[in-house]
Design a protein around this ligand. Structure first.
Ligand code: ADP
Ligand code: MG
Length: 349
């Protein structure tokens, strides 16, 4: 069942369009992420779904009922039955934790009371019910905001960068708790994030946004392993980029030969290789090459290497590699590398 449907939605403030024709569907029980860099229109899309912005073009439906369209239909946020959670948590400072959590509950039933009791216990905030938001840590505020968003039993949950206000050490555990609670509740959720790892961790499906458009929709594995274009491929972190001409539907590079399906001879191709797609070989293989170590640094659970490949007339190209574990060869030494073709992508330039 489709809970939220956005159909050809466009939006502008005082300048050019910031949402340029977006269609998406959020299905029951699904966790969807809108992923893209700052300014690409994610928050605007979420605010449109929530009813905080009025629809200018296109149609928005919740559970098959139109809640916003260009003909003046606009169901206000409080009537949409969606739970909202923002980056700054937006707790009411003059209300206690209990009053915050109960704020959107129009009729307190024994079931709702029981749910709040159980959930606050589970989230470790039950003993804070009488406290005011400013006395809570960031992680505690985040949990209160989440429980508050869910307490009125909404049809869908909309989350805007809900973890970016937390420091890195707290973030991982709060993410896990949030995901577990959302999954146990069975509620459909749409979350906005600019963090690809967060999107991968949380979502069933990722919608990648670029300048007001959805450029790819797919599972975390699909967006990571089969990016639709160079932009999506580059979203998950720095990539090595090589430029070569296509010959016989292939590109031959100093790092190996790659298929260039659907491209014609003479086309310029851009080859993107993830740092984790550079594999260190014990011995020189037929498909690999020997490269010079410029620098090797330990990141913790992986090592980061800067390597130089000597490529005849093309000069020297620098390559970044991310190798699991501790691998710190001395500067100036040579290592043999090979490219994992699952982590290399060829696109027309
Ligand atoms: P994101 O959440 O992906 O960072 P936003 O949806 O917040 O992106 O913003 C998209 C674009 O719209 C940005 O260029 C931003 O400056 C602009 N924008 C957002 N809200 C407003 C507003 N209330 N008034 C004018 N411009 C806005
Ligand atoms: Mg935003």
């Amino acid at each position: 069942m489709t809970l939220l449907n956005m159909d050809h939605v466009r939006h502008r403030f005082n300048g050019p369009e910031v949402v340029r024709g977006v269609s998406l569907a959020l299905h029951a029980g699904e966790f969807l992420c809108l992923l893209g860099p700052s300014g690409c229109g994610k928050t605007t899309l979420l605010r449109l779904a929530a009813g905080l912005e009025q629809v200018q073009q296109g149609t928005i439906s919740l559970a098959n009922q139109i809640v916003g369209d260009a003909n003046g239909c606009h169901v206000p946020p409080e009537k949409r039955r969606v739970g909202l959670m923002f980056q700054d948590f937006a707790l009411f400072p003059h209300l206690t934790v209990r009053q915050n959590i109960c704020f959107g509950v129009t009729k307190m039933t024994p079931e709702c009371d029981q749910w709040i009791k159980q959930t606050t216990e589970r989230m470790g905030i039950a003993e804070l019910m009488g406290a005011y938001p400013h006395t809570l840590s960031g992680g505690q505020q985040q949990r209160v905001a989440l429980v508050r968003a869910l307490a009125p039993n909404p049809r869908a949950l909309l989350l805007d960068e809900p973890f970016s206000g937390l420091d890195v050490t707290r973030r991982a555990s709060v993410r896990e708790e949030t995901l577990a609670l959302v999954q146990d509740t069975g509620i459909a959720a749409m979350m906005v994030t600019h963090d690809p790892e967060e999107a991968m961790f949380m979502s069933d499906r990722i919608l990648v946004m670029h300048e007001g458009l959805i450029v790819q929709a797919g599972s975390p594995a699909e967006t990571y392993f089969t990016p639709a274009n160079a932009y999506v491929a580059g979203l998950f972190g720095p990539v090595n980029r090589l430029y070569h001409t296509v010959a016989q539907r292939k590109v031959e590079t100093p790092l190996g030969v790659f298929a260039a399906d659907g491209m014609a001879d003479g086309d310029q191709a851009e080859i993107l290789i993830r740092p984790e797609g550079i594999l260190i070989e014990k011995n020189q293989s037929q498909t690999g090459c020997s490269v010079k170590v410029l620098n090797a640094r330990l990141l913790g659970n992986a090592s980061h290497l800067r390597l130089a490949a000597e490529c005849g007339s093309a000069g020297v190209i620098e390559i970044q590699a991310r190798v699991p574990g501790v691998f710190l060869p001395d500067r100036g030494h040579y290592v043999n590398i090979r490219v994992d073709t699952e982590k290399a992508f060829v696109f027309p330039t």
